[in-house]
Design a protein around this ligand. Structure first.
Ligand SMILES: Cc1ncc(COP(=O)(O)O)c(C=O)c1O
Length: 375
C-alpha cells in the first residue's frame, strides 16, 4: 500500500531528538527552530515528560469518558493555575481543528445564533467548521462551504462594527498572532473591540491559541497582551509536546449540559499525563520568561539585518519576511547549516522553537543566518 501523497516532504529521516536538537539516521545533528510546527514546547524527549508517560502507560493508557479520570482534573487545575484562567472549564479533545470545531459549535449552542466572523489570512484547521473559517479556498471542499461564515479584512475595526450591526453574530474567531498566515500580531485595540462588540451583542469571543498560545509569546495566551479575556480559548500543538492532545477552556458564563460535546479519545490518561508533564516543566523552568527573553533577543537582533523586509511576532513566535531574491534562505539554512525553520507564503521564515531555547542556540541561528544572507 502507498501513502496518500499530500505532503511535500524534505528527504530527511529524523530518528532522535534531545531538547532543541534532532538527529537524522546518518547521525547529522540539526538545530530545531520549527518544533514540528510549533508542537515541541518543552524540547524533545524531556526526561520528566518521558518518565511521566512511561509511568502512566504502565498503569493504564486509556479508558473512555464513561468513568472517573482524576488526572483530567489535575490537568484542569494545573492549567487554570499556569494560565491564570482559574475559573474557566476545560474540555479535552485531540487536535487544534477539533478544538476550534468544538468552540464554534459551543458558541452556537450558547447563544442560538449561526453567523461566525473570521478574518483574512486566518488558519483554523481542516475539519468542517474549522476549515470554513480558514481563509484558503484551496482546502475548502464544496461540502464545507457555508453561508454562516463572514470573512472580514484582518484588523479592520469599521468592517467589524458594520458586520455586527448587520448580522446576528454567534461568534468571532481570531488567532492572537496569525501563524500560517505569516506571523501577523493582532493589534491590542482590535482584540478589545472584539470583546466590546461580543459583550454588547451576546456573541462569543473565540481565541484560537493553537499555535500562538501555551506560553509561546511570553504570556500564556497571546491574546492576554490586550488585557481582555476571550470566552473560549482553543489549544493543541504545544499542549502535549508531540502527544496528540487538544482542548478548549470555557468561560464560567457558558454552562455545560450532558451530551453537548463529546469524544472517544479526548482526555485519555496518557494524553493527560503528557499535558501535565508539559505544564510542570513550563512552570518549574519558567519557560514563559525564557520565551519572552530569548524571543525578544532574537527579534531585536533580526531587526538589525538590512536585507530583511520585516520582522514580526512576539516571544518565540517570529516571522522573518524576506525579499524574493532571498527565497533560497530557508532551504539553505536546512541543508547547509542544518537548521529547521518553518515557512509562510510568500516568503516568510517562521521560527517556532521549543520554549526553552537557549541564547547560545539563538546565536547559532543568527550566525548561520548572517552567512546565508551575505552569500
Ligand atoms: C492557529 C491554528 N489553529 C488550528 C490549527 C489546526 O490544528 P491541527 O492541525 O492540530 O488540527 C492550526 C494548525 O496549524 C493552527 O495553526
Amino acid at each position: 500500500m502507498n501513502l496518500f501523497d499530500v505532503y511535500p516532504i524534505n528527504p530527511i529521516n529524523i530518528v532522535k531528538g534531545r531538547g532543541s536538537l534532532v538527529y537524522d539516521d546518518k547521525g547529522t545533528e540539526y538545530l530545531d527552530l520549527y518544533g514540528g510546527h510549533a508542537v515541541i514546547s518543552i524540547g524533545h524527549t524531556n526526561p520528566h515528560y518521558v518518565k511521566r508517560l512511561e509511568d502512566q502507560l504502565r498503569q493504564i493508557g486509556f479508558y473512555s469518558n464513561s468513568v472517573e479520570i482524576p488526572i483530567q482534573k489535575q490537568l484542569a487545575e494545573k492549567l487554570g493555575h499556569v494560565s491564570g484562567k482559574e475559573d474557566y472549564q476545560l474540555f479535552l479533545c485531540n487536535s487544534g481543528a477539533e478544538a476550534n470545531e468544538n468552540a464554534l459549535k459551543l458558541a452556537s449552542f450558547y447563544n442560538g445564533k449561526k453567523k461566525i466572523i473570521a478574518f483574512t489570512g486566518s488558519f483554523h484547521g481542516r475539519t468542517s467548521l474549522a476549515v470554513a473559517v480558514t481563509d484558503n479556498p484551496k482546502i475548502v471542499a464544496p461540502v464545507n462551504e457555508t453561508e454562516n461564515v463572514i470573512f472580514l479584512p484582518r484588523y479592520d475595526e469599521a468592517a467589524l462594527e458594520k458586520a455586527f450591526a448587520e448580522n446576528e453574530i454567534s461568534s468571532v474567531i481570531i488567532e492572537g498572532i496569525q501563524g500560517v498566515g505569516g506571523i501577523h500580531v493582532a493589534p491590542e485595540s482590535f482584540l478589545q473591540k472584539i470583546r466590546a462588540l461580543c459583550d454588547s451583542h451576546n456573541a462569543v469571543f473565540v481565541a484560537d491559541s493553537v499555535q500562538c498560545g501555551y506560553g509561546r509569546t511570553g504570556k500564556f495566551f497571546s491574546h492576554d497582551f490586550a488585557g481582555v479575556n476571550a470566552d473560549i480559548y482553543t489549544m493543541a500543538k504545544g499542549m502535549g509536546n508531540g502527544f496528540p492532545v487538544g482542548g478548549i477552556i470555557i468561560s464560567p458564563k457558558i454552562k455545560p449540559a450532558f451530551g453537548m460535546l463529546g469524544t472517544t479519545f479526548g482526555g485519555n490518561h496518557l494524553a493527560c499525563a503528557a499535558g501535565l508533564a508539559v505544564l510542570e516543566i513550563i512552570e518549574q523552568d519558567n519557560l514563559l520568561q525564557n520565551a519572552s527573553e530569548v524571543g525578544g533577543y532574537l527579534i531585536d537582533e533580526l531587526k538589525k539585518f538590512s536585507q530583511v523586509k520585516e520582522v514580526r511576532g512576539r516571544g518565540l513566535m517570529i516571522g522573518i519576511e524576506l525579499p524574493a531574491e532571498l527565497a533560497h534562505a530557508r532551504k539553505e539554512l536546512l541543508f547547509t547549516h542544518h537548521i529547521f525553520t518553518g515557512e509562510a507564503k510568500p516568503n516568510v521564515i517562521r521560527l517556532l522553537p521549543a520554549l526553552n531555547l537557549t541564547k547560545a542556540y539563538a546565536d547559532r541561528f543568527l550566525e548561520a543566518f548572517t552567512t546565508v544572507l551575505n552569500k
